[in-house]
Design a binder for this molecule. Structure first.
Ligand code: MG
Length: 345
């Protein structure tokens, strides 16, 4: 028996009913090489981890633009925190940890530079709109590997496309918008557990808010410290779901408190004047780059952009801008629009 087959058998013997076993995967976009060691979901996780889009997450904003301080989250550390929370939950519920990890590592690959402001600007500029969820799928299906994509399994792709929560309403997704696997449903909730916790932590670190500012009703449920908050949210999710129940859900009380915290963060952190002022500059920068590339295809190509057969220039420029790190966008802007001091070569 090959090592992979032993692992596949272990999954079938030990995972809870309702878990997504590797052998029952609906398969890849195209038939591909089968690994003798790794299950299909372990293989997907490794393809994601070794992708260029994953490495670029390191220099993409979470909330604070190109943070100077070394302790602020970036899109990559956010992704790793989501993966950690999601794996803890998947293991506790005896679900497929490898599938959960693969979805978590890939979920934000399509995120723009400059956080949600990048997404908002591209959404305004592109006909048909822009959303990082769809872009994450486009990265793994098409853009990685010079246009060949990563050829991932249906279940990982399904988890990516169903991870978004929107900004309003209860956290548990309505059935029609839910991932087909329980593992995908875990990542969706792990994402919000991670970001409400670490965005609050970073905002405190940055002095944008103070501990006393957080409404007492929220603190009473989620707790006063970062580690306590993560622990309470994760424990609530595990206790409300239970192995073999076929459910992935938070208690009503925790769901409500996290919704309230998210709304509070929008008002007091994401839309705080000091954060917003930098976002406005980033938005102007992206608009200018977009317009310049649309008007000058040769410059777009010379700067590293690529137009795949069948794609309009607008789609290709969107792919290029969405893939940029904050620092790449800033340095490109400087190169294209700001004069170089005389004598500097
Ligand atoms: Mg995320």
């Amino acid at each position: 028996m090959m090592i992979r087959e032993t692992q596949e058998k272990n999954e079938m013997d030990h995972l809870a009913p309702g878990a997504c076993c590797s052998v029952s995967s609906k398969g890849r976009l195209r038939p591909g090489k089968v690994c003798s060691i790794r299950t299909v979901f372990q293989h997907d996780r490794d393809r994601i981890l070794h992708s260029k889009a994953f490495r670029r997450l390191k220099y993409k904003t979470q909330v604070f633009l190109s943070p100077e301080g070394d302790h602020y989250r970036t899109r990559m550390t956010h992704t790793l925190e989501v993966a950690q929370v999601a794996r803890t939950v998947a293991r506790a519920l005896q679900l497929n940890e490898d599938l959960t990890e693969a979805i978590a590592l890939a979920h934000d690959l399509g995120h723009t530079p400059f956080g949600h402001v990048g997404e908002r600007v591209l959404n305004e500029l592109v006909s048909g709109g822009f959303h990082h969820v769809k872009q994450s799928l486009r990265v793994v299906d098409v853009l990685e590997n010079d246009g060949a994509g990563l050829n991932l399994t249906f279940e990982v792709r399904d988890g990516i496309i169903h991870h978004s929560k929107g900004q309003v309403g209860a956290l548990s997704a309505p059935a029609a918008r839910r991932s087909q696997t329980l593992e995908g449903q875990i990542v969706r909730l792990a994402d919000i557990i991670a970001y409400v916790s670490h965005d609050l932590d970073d905002a405190l670190r940055g002095g944008i808010i103070h501990n006393d500012d957080v409404p007492a009703a929220i603190v009473a449920v989620v707790g006063e410290r970062h580690s306590v908050r993560i622990d309470r949210m994760v424990t609530d999710l595990i206790r409300q779901s239970l192995p073999g129940s076929g459910l992935v859900q938070l208690s009503g009380e925790m769901d409500q408190a996290m919704c309230a915290l998210r709304s509070w963060l929008f008002e007091h952190v994401y839309q705080a004047p000091c954060v917003q002022a930098e976002f406005d500059k980033a938005a102007a920068l992206l608009r200018q780059l977009f317009g310049h590339f649309i008007a000058n295809r040769d410059v777009f190509l010379a700067c590293g952009g690529h137009q795949y057969p069948g794609d309009s220039l607008a789609v290709s420029v969107t792919d290029f801008l969405a893939g940029m790190t904050d620092r790449f966008a800033l340095s490109l802007y400087r190169r294209l629009f700001l004069p170089k001091p005389w004598g500097v070569f």
